[in-house]
Ligand binder design. Structure first.
Ligand code: DQA
Length: 142
C-alpha cells in the first residue's frame, strides 16, 4: 500500500514553532513514527511552503499512483481554493489532518475550504492525527 503524506507551509518548523500550540515533535519525528508504526506501508513524504508545489505534488496522486493521501494543508486549509480543486480532482481517498484543535482557536481557523472534498478530517490530536489518518486508510483498504 502506498500513501502520500503532504505538509503545507510552516510545518517544516514543527518542534520550534509555537511549541505551546504544536508541541515539540518535529516533522521528521512524525514521519519516522509513521514508518515504524506502519511498516507495510510505502510512504512518500512531501513538505512545501509554496501553494503551487503542493498542488504539483497532489497531482502525483492522480491515476492510482497512491492508495491514499494524508494532507495537512496548514493555513492553506482556510483559504486555498486551488488546493481544494487539486484534492477534488483525485480519486484516491484524501484525509485532512491538523495537529491543533482548529475549532478551539481563532475564528478564521474554524473553517476549512479543503475539508469538504476530503474523505474525513482528523483534528487536534497532535502527531497522532497523522497516525489516525493512516490507520483509517490502511483499514479501509483491507
Ligand atoms: C495547522 C492549523 C492551521 O490553522 C495552521 O495555519 C497551521 C497548522 C495544524 O496542524 O494545527 O499551519 O494546520
Amino acid at each position: 500500500m502506498r500513501i502520500l503524506v503532504v505538509n503545507g507551509p510552516n510545518l517544516n518548523l514543527l518542534g520550534k514553532r509555537e511549541p505551546a500550540v504544536y508541541g515539540t515533535t518535529t516533522l521528521w519525528d512524525i514521519e519516522s513514527r509513521l514508518k515504524d508504526r506502519f511498516p507495510a506501508v510505502k510512504f512518500e513524504f512531501f513538505q512545501s511552503n509554496s501553494e503551487g508545489a503542493l498542488i504539483d505534488c497532489l497531482h502525483k496522486a492522480m491515476d492510482g499512483a497512491f492508495d491514499g493521501v494524508v494532507i495537512n494543508p496548514g493555513a492553506y486549509a482556510h483559504y486555498s481554493y486551488a488546493i481544494r480543486d487539486a484534492i477534488s480532482a483525485l480519486q484516491t481517498p484524501v484525509v485532512e489532518v491538523h495537529l491543533s484543535n482548529v475549532h478551539a482557536r481563532e475564528q478564521f481557523r474554524r473553517h476549512s475550504v479543503t475539508a469538504s472534498v476530503c474523505k474525513g478530517v482528523v483534528v487536534g490530536f497532535g502527531s497522532m492525527s497523522y497516525e489516525f489518518a493512516v490507520q483509517f486508510l490502511v483499514e479501509s483498504k483491507s
